[in-house]
Design a protein around this ligand. Structure first.
Ligand code: C5P
Length: 391
């Protein structure tokens, strides 16, 4: 997500430093807009360092022209924290006399405010009426908590803790972080089995499906380890382990397996490898060349045999009797779900950005129409979330 955090001048500003850090840590992009009085508490430099983005403190003198409009367009939502009585009053009246209020008034995305001030200020007729008006206009308000206030008195007006603000923002925006706290191994790509130092036996898998699963899982908060033989662009916050052969993939997956909550094997693992790959490049000589192949380890089968609490999801790329074969694999490999697809169907399988899948568990089979691989990742992870939540 892309957030603009609007910071006005209240003592609770120290919590907003942590709020920005939290958003950044989980992969969100954050730009900060500060009021003049906010810069009296902390320097824009601090927010620039944490957000790794420019900080706006005025309507004029920004690198971009009409920056307030461009920033409002850039973000998915704006959060004003702390929102002082002054800023709340200006928002209610439609005053736009500084960077923060100008960006706010240009905002067409959700606007969330977290008021923080002394209890008498918060309970004043003006602030109360202004908040009612802002709510009527669709502004979301994160209520202040009660406790000891900066001025020493007890009462309502404290800015909630940063973790709570993040939680409330996610709830308001319907952001799904249900996989947070779970480690998920995802494999992707077709393995490459060496013939000699320059040649290999490969397959048509692009890795796109596995990368889509890794991307969406990370967005939903999972700790993702992507074991891949493909070299697509790694999604944000995903730990990548590059491998080539099935045996390397096996080693990489097994070394992470003990602490994993789930494994999603989207890789097209070669069933056979060359028995004795040549150490030197094989010279062109005879009219025929015979390669002896030996069976590769079945990684998923091994994971199924050594399953503790992990949820295992496999893929069945088939060219005939898709569902029947998939159900057999589900049982044989001790899987919780198998994603079956007919790779001969148009818009499904290798290389393309779409897929047509059936999700098969022990109890049911759900068939879906053609979807993007990101949408397929979404439905797979919805099922995984349900399975993990049953624990
Ligand atoms: O048996 P089949 O290769 O069709 O099963 C496909 C599923 O098993 C995929 O999820 C694939 O990643 C996995 N697999 C594996 N090790 C192999 C072959 C397939 O983990 N050697």
């Amino acid at each position: 997500m892309r957030f603009i955090v609007g910071v006005s001048g209240g003592i609770a500003i120290y919590k907003v430093v942590d709020l920005v850090r939290r958003f950044k840590k989980r992969g969100d992009e954050v730009r900060v807009v500060m009021t003049d009085s906010a810069t009296k508490f902390v320097t824009p430099e601090l927010f620039r360092e944490i957000s790794l983005e420019p900080v706006m403190t005025g309507v004029f003198g920004n690198e971009e022209t009409a920056a307030h409009i461009k920033w409002a367009e850039w973000c998915d939502a704006m959060i004003i924290a702390p929102a002082t009585a002054n800023v709340i009053g200006k928002l209610a009246a439609g005053i736009a006399d500084d960077a923060l209020t100008t960006v706010s008034i240009a905002m067409t995305k959700p606007l969330i405010i977290a008021p923080a001030m002394n209890k008498d200020m918060f309970n004043s007729a003006a602030v109360t009426a202004n908040l009612v008006l802002l709510k009527q206009r669709g502004v979301k308000v994160i209520d202040p908590s009660s406790g000891e206030l900066a001025c020493g008195v007890e009462g309502v007006g404290r800015l909630p803790e940063p973790s709570e603000i993040v939680e409330q923002v996610d709830k308001i925006l319907n952001v799904n972080k249900k996989l947070s706290g779970y480690k998920i191994i995802v494999t992707a790509g077709g393995t490459r089995e060496a013939i000699d130092p320059v040649r290999y036996i490969g397959n048509r898998s692009s890795g796109k499906m596995g990368y889509a699963v890794a991307k969406v899982a990370a967005e939903r908060g999972a700790e993702v380890v992507l074991v891949t033989s493909s070299d697509l662009q790694v999604p944000p916050l995903v730990k990548v382990v590059n491998v080539e052969s099935a045996e390397q993939m096996r080693q990489a997956v097994l070394s992470e397996y003990g602490t994993a909550s789930a494994v999603i094997m989207a890789a097209a693992v070669a069933d056979y490898r060359v028995a004795n790959p040549s150490e030197q490049k094989i010279k062109k000589a005879e009219d025929t060349l015979t390669l002896e192949l030996v069976k590769n380890p079945d990684i998923l089968l091994e994971l199924g045999q050594n399953k503790q609490k992990q949820i295992l999801i496999g893929f069945a790329a088939e060219t005939q009797t898709v569902e029947k074969n998939a159900v057999e694999k589900l049982k044989k490999k001790n899987l919780d779900m198998i994603v079956a697809n007919d790779v001969t169907a148009e818009g499904a399988g290798f290389g393309v950005d779409t897929n047509i899948v059936t999700l098969i568990t022990a109890n049911e089979a759900k068939s879906y129409p053609k979807m993007t691989k990101i949408e397929v990742a979404d439905i797979i992870l919805n099922e995984l979330e349900n399975m993990l939540c049953k624990d």
